[in-house]
Ligand binder design. Structure first.
Ligand SMILES: [Mn+2]
Length: 279
């Protein structure tokens, strides 16, 4: 994707966060922002689903943020939050973050929430990410929903299909869970929430491994791209202020790089679908 405008005029800012925190299986997601940018060059501008072109939208890619690494993962995540606070200052813009592993969603959500107070969090993921502590970490990829739940009561998960015994109690009693076979329920849920803004997070393992192969923790029986489009159609009637794509692992993506390309497609369709909202 190209820049169609400059930083000042941009309605959408794209920000890479090439950070991978606690790795419990296969390293690689820190490389995703550069691969997703590279394979975005395969993508055509016009959206078949939303009848609009990227060329009509002012977007600007500011590149990757600087990440001050600390020996302690939790401190590094806090450093990411502080840096994002310097970038997220314009309430007329929307923000797209490219991870990185899912831990980057915690500082991104908190930095967005500092500016857009009244925030709903929607989690598209195979995993519940509801661990309070995970291998002694509180800001890892497995704690995302649990940490965010400390800042908003309005959390919706879609596509979760595996759970750890340590997190299932919290998940079932605190999170609104929507099954892939019942996505239209999202509309009903949102009608009953008064909050104005939405943060949408896409863990690429939300998709079935046959759709998104290059992920660190694949779980079968996942989503197809049409499920994602169905969600975007519903959300196009709401103000989705921020979107992230996380957990693409380019080291597992060779030789096709289909998963990196899928992530770029998801970003394109998010930008176009959310730009339709005009209230
Ligand atoms: Mn996941």
């Amino acid at each position: 994707m190209r820049n169609y405008t400059n930083l000042e005029q941009a309605k959408y800012l794209i920000i890479g966060i090439p950070y991978e925190g606690y790795v419990n299986s296969r390293l690689g997601t820190f490389k995703a922002p550069s691969y997703i940018r590279t394979y975005s060059e395969l993508i055509e501008n016009f959206s078949f689903y939303f009848s609009k072109s990227l060329e009509e939208i002012d977007l600007f890619d500011i590149g990757d943020i600087f990440i001050k690494l600390d020996e302690n993962n939790d401190k590094t995540v806090y450093n990411i939050y502080k840096n994002l606070r310097n970038v997220i200052i314009d309430i007329k813009k929307r923000y797209i973050f490219i991870g990185g592993d899912h831990s980057i969603t915690i500082p991104a959500f908190l930095a967005i929430k500092d500016v857009f107070k009244d925030l709903i969090y929607i989690h598209l993921d195979a995993h519940a990410d509801c661990h309070d502590k995970y291998l002694d970490q509180i800001y890892s990829h497995a704690n995302v929903v649990r940490r965010i739940s400390e800042y908003t009561n309005n959390i919706i998960s879609i596509g979760v299909r595996t759970l750890d015994d340590f997190e299932k109690g919290f998940f079932f009693s605190n999170i609104i869970n929507i099954d892939l076979s019942n996505i239209s329920y999202l509309k009903k849920v949102l009608e009953n929430i008064k909050s104005k803004y939405i943060y949408l997070s896409l863990d690429i393992d939300f998709f079935d491994p046959s759709v998104a192969y290059a992920v660190s923790n694949p779980v079968y029986d996942g989503a197809d791209f049409k499920h994602f489009i169905e969600i975007l159609r519903i959300l196009s009637e709401y103000m989705v202020i921020a979107f992230d794509v996380v957990e693409v692992n380019p080291f597992l993506d060779s030789p096709s790089y289909n998963t990196s390309t899928l992530a770029a497609h998801a970003i394109k369709e998010f930008i176009i679908s959310s730009s339709i909202y005009s209230k």
